[in-house]
Design a protein around this ligand. Structure first.
Ligand code: ARG
Length: 526
């Protein structure tokens, strides 16, 4: 390997050495894979755990070894010479502890710096992934749950992209369904000149949605006309399609503002896109004998679940599940995705489990979860307010995302002004910094929490400049930049002339930590 060639994460590099040693130690056991794990730092950096299980495997089969310890010792002795390893010891029943060489760590960190962090990207066994995230529902305001999905989904997409996987970032927006009958009918009845003024009429989509829902619930005549409007829309009638498209467009402009602020890229392929594919998908499932009639609906019974997955409603209409099945088929067959990842709150876990199981039974997906193509549901917990209840503003309203981002930014700006930055910086610098810190803080607060548990939204905590916060990280980064600036050299120059030495024990810890980057990214991805 040339110097710039990436030879795998630390674990993989060690695994290669131990693999050679295992071949020499037990030449007849060809299917034994090296087991490398992190180690108690008091004893070393990594350990090889093969001795115990090897002993169970070969004892009584005429081996010359007398127990796991001698096997461990032999594994240690047979390790090929490598500048990577400083020393090894044996612990307990044959664990081989490895201490990495300080010089080698220093050299590797330097390589990482000179050739770029991207050369340390893990190699994943897939070519193309779809990350289905954010996915708000048209005409309903995006809420903090969609914010979590947006932040987590974008992060997953970035990690996979970093690892050289092609990622299709899909916004599976809820742009189809019976609610549109109500919205369109309301638009027609309340705003006869809607074609000219639709922007004013439904500019505040939330209010528009509420008003039409109110009428739908209280006015039986309207309800009937709304249901008729759904039929006209689904039948493709021009005027209805046009109104639908306008409502979608106004909604889209709203959430695109949020994506722009957060620096998130997404490509919209909403539920409506898959509508024409539903009959074909259901036919395929039906041919496999998966679909049954139940109480007037068409359903798929899933083992271990009390309620079946409804794929055609009593009234003959399709639903969320039928759309997801059609979308899955499309993503597998047309888009040839190896891994399809769905990011929603944990409340939808059942839905995903059920249609994943249906797809496996239909043979669309392998039954073995370790094989590709595969699907994963990445769930997340609720965002809570200080009162421990679902995060809401003053009244009972859901929090509007735009307001939330505005507040994060304005709080940051206030702190910067308080610290006298208004005199030092231009207005533009002030704005940019407030945005970077404010939006960064919101993202980081979301990501640092355990994904599956609920977390409490708290501006004071996330904007704190101490502790595990984005502000602190950005501050550390700024200080590092300042150290480099004060050295009077630029980074490119330093890369060529600087030499990394890990003299202090803490520096060694830091160097080792940096080198674990690749395996941490890989672990996070998988
Ligand atoms: N629109 C849905 C919601 O707001 C999320 C869609 C997630 N993606 C999917 N393919 N089901 O809850």
């Amino acid at each position: 390997a040339t110097d710039e060639e990436y030879t795998g994460s630390l674990k993989q590099q060690l695994a290669k050495l131990f693999e050679a040693s295992l071949r020499a130690t037990v030449p007849n056991e060809l299917d034994v894979e090296p087991l490398i794990a992190a180690c108690n730092p008091r004893f070393g950096d990594y350990q090889c755990n093969n001795a115990m299980s090897l002993w169970t495997k070969i004892k009584g089969k005429g081996t010359e070894f007398t127990g796991p310890q001698p096997i461990g010792r032999a594994i240690m002795k047979n390790l090929p010479a490598s500048e990577m390893i400083e020393s090894c010891t044996i612990a307990g029943p044959g664990f081989v502890n490895v201490v990495l060489s300080k010089q080698w760590i220093a050299k590797s960190v330097q390589k990482m710096l000179v050739y770029g962090i991207e050369t340390w990207a893990p190699k994943l066994p897939i070519k193309r992934a779809i990350v289905d995230f954010s996915s708000p529902n048209i005409a309903k305001e995006m809420h903090v749950g969609h914010l979590r999905s947006t932040i987590i989904g974008d992060t997953l997409a970035r990690m996979l992209e970093f690892s050289n996987v092609e990622v299709l970032r899909r916004n599976h927006v809820g742009d189809w369904g019976t609610q549109f009958g109500m919205l369109i009918e309301y638009l027609f009845e309340m705003f006869p000149d809607w074609e000219v003024i639709s922007d004013q009429a439904i500019g505040d989509l939330e209010a528009f949605y509420k008003a039409s829902k109110q009428k739908f619930d209280t006015d039986p005549g309207f309800k009937e006309r709304a249901q008729q409007a759904v039929v006209s829309l689904q039948g493709g009638e021009g005027k209805y399609r046009k109104a639908w498209a306008q409502i979608c467009e106004i909604s889209r402009r709203g959430y695109e503002r949020v994506y722009q602020r957060l620096g998130v890229q997404l490509e919209e392929k909403g539920e409506s896109f898959y509508n024409p594919y539903i009959p074909g998908a259901l036919e395929a499932l039906s041919n496999k004998g998966l679909i049954e009639e139940s109480e007037g609906a068409r359903v798929i019974f899933i083992e271990g679940k009390n309620i079946p997955l409804i794929v055609v409603k009593k009234d003959g209409g399709y639903n969320y599940a039928s759309t997801d099945l059609a979308a899955l088929q499309y993503r597998l067959n047309e888009e040839k995705a190896d891994w399809i990842i769905y990011v929603t709150d944990v409340g939808q876990r059942e839905h995903f489990e059920m249609f994943f199981t249906a797809a496996k039974r239909a043979g669309w997906l392998p039954a073995d979860d370790n094989m590709y193509p595969k699907t994963s549901h990445v769930g997340f917990g609720l965002v809570l307010g200080e009162d421990g209840k679902r995060f809401r503003t003053r009244s009972t309203e859901v929090v509007k995302l735009v307001d939330l981002l505005d507040e994060a930014k304005s709080r940051c700006k206030a702190v910067l002004i308080e610290r006298g930055k208004a005199n030092e910086w231009t207005e533009e610098e002030l704005e940019q910094t407030a945005e970077a810190v404010g939006y960064g803080a919101v993202k980081y607060a979301d990501l640092k929490n355990n994904r599956l548990t609920n977390y409490t939204f708290n501006f004071d905590q996330m904007l704190n400049d101490k502790g595990n916060t984005a502000v602190y990280l950005l501050y550390a980064h700024a200080r590092i930049c300042s150290i480099i600036r004060k050295s009077g050299k630029n980074l490119e120059e330093l890369k060529k002339t600087g030499k990394i030495e890990l003299a202090h024990p803490d520096e060694r810890v830091l160097g080792f930590h940096l080198l674990q980057f690749a395996e941490i990214v890989e672990e996070a991805c998988t």
